[in-house]
Design a protein around this ligand. Structure first.
Ligand SMILES: [Zn+2]
Ligand SMILES: [Zn+2]
Length: 256
């Protein structure tokens, strides 16, 4: 199994996961044209995708979904709540629903969804397994729940939201209501919350740790790296930050 990011942050998110011939795009917060361009930069034609999977209805996760689905006749997987809030009105031809409490298979990949506390209708995130390895995706969560910790334990690769630095958020330009939303219990994980969660699930088998969904206004890549590296006991440079402009290139999970 290998994975890559087309870009991550409040202006768009999309994660590409591949095993054998199965290629999934989890979220697409970029326009279809932009997503096609970013896929090609990773050596992938959009016509080779297997399915689109949506975590929740926020625009930074769904912007290009409907057009990509129509252009390449792709099924779009989502929870019933995401369907009610967005999918039913999105003009999609092939909708597949899943429960955020039940695993399901997409060809060669097993999807293990779990609910997250976030201000959308029925948001979820995923552990993706190829039978041997587990990649965990976690962004758009206001706090860590016991169930989230349980799901993330034992993963081999982790893409973890480091949305904001609380001091930068407090001192920054956003209105008070937006600051409250971001730092609230159904908002986004701060660097410190992400580091606390990482500490609780830390495992010697963890091969990749990538900081995602960084705010361009209320965080810095260095602050996110420092927070996670302090837990991992590694050099900050070892921690990859998924950029808004270009995400990160292919990562492979391998036998060690
Ligand atoms: Zn988001
Ligand atoms: Zn969101």
């Amino acid at each position: 199994m290998r994975f890559a990011s087309l870009g991550s942050g409040s202006r768009g998110n999309a994660t590409l996961i591949e095993r054998n011939g199965t290629r999934l795009l989890v979220d697409c917060g970029f326009s279809a044209r932009e997503a096609e361009r970013r896929l090609l930069a990773l050596g992938v034609g959009a016509d080779s995708l297997t399915a689109l999977v949506v975590t929740h209805e926020h625009i930074d996760h769904v912007r290009g979904i409907a057009r990509l689905a129509a252009r390449y006749r792709l099924p779009v997987w989502m929870t019933p709540g995401t369907h009610a809030a967005w999918g039913a009105q999105a003009g999609l031809a092939d909708i597949e629903l899943f429960s955020p409490h039940e695993a399901f298979a997409l060809n060669d990949l097993e999807m293990l969804p779990f609910p997250v506390p976030h201000d959308a209708r029925e948001p979820c995130q995923f552990v993706v397994s190829d039978g041997a390895w587990r990649l965990a995706l976690l962004s758009d969560a206001g706090r860590a729940t016991p169930h989230m910790r349980e799901m993330l334990r034992g993963c081999d690769a982790l893409m973890l939201e480091c949305n904001h630095d609380p001091d930068m958020l407090a001192a920054g330009p956003y209105p008070a209501s937006v600051k409250r939303r971001i730092s609230g219990r159904e908002g986004h994980l701060s660097n410190g919350q992400a580091a606390g969660l990482l500490r609780e699930i830390l495992d010697s088998g963890l091969q990749h740790v990538i900081a995602t969904h960084l705010s361009e206004n209320n965080n810095s890549p260095q602050a996110a790296r420092d927070a996670l590296a302090a837990v991992l006991g590694c050099e900050p440079e070892w921690v990859t930050v998924a950029g808004q402009k270009d995400g990160f290139t292919w990562r492979q999970i391998i036998s060690t």
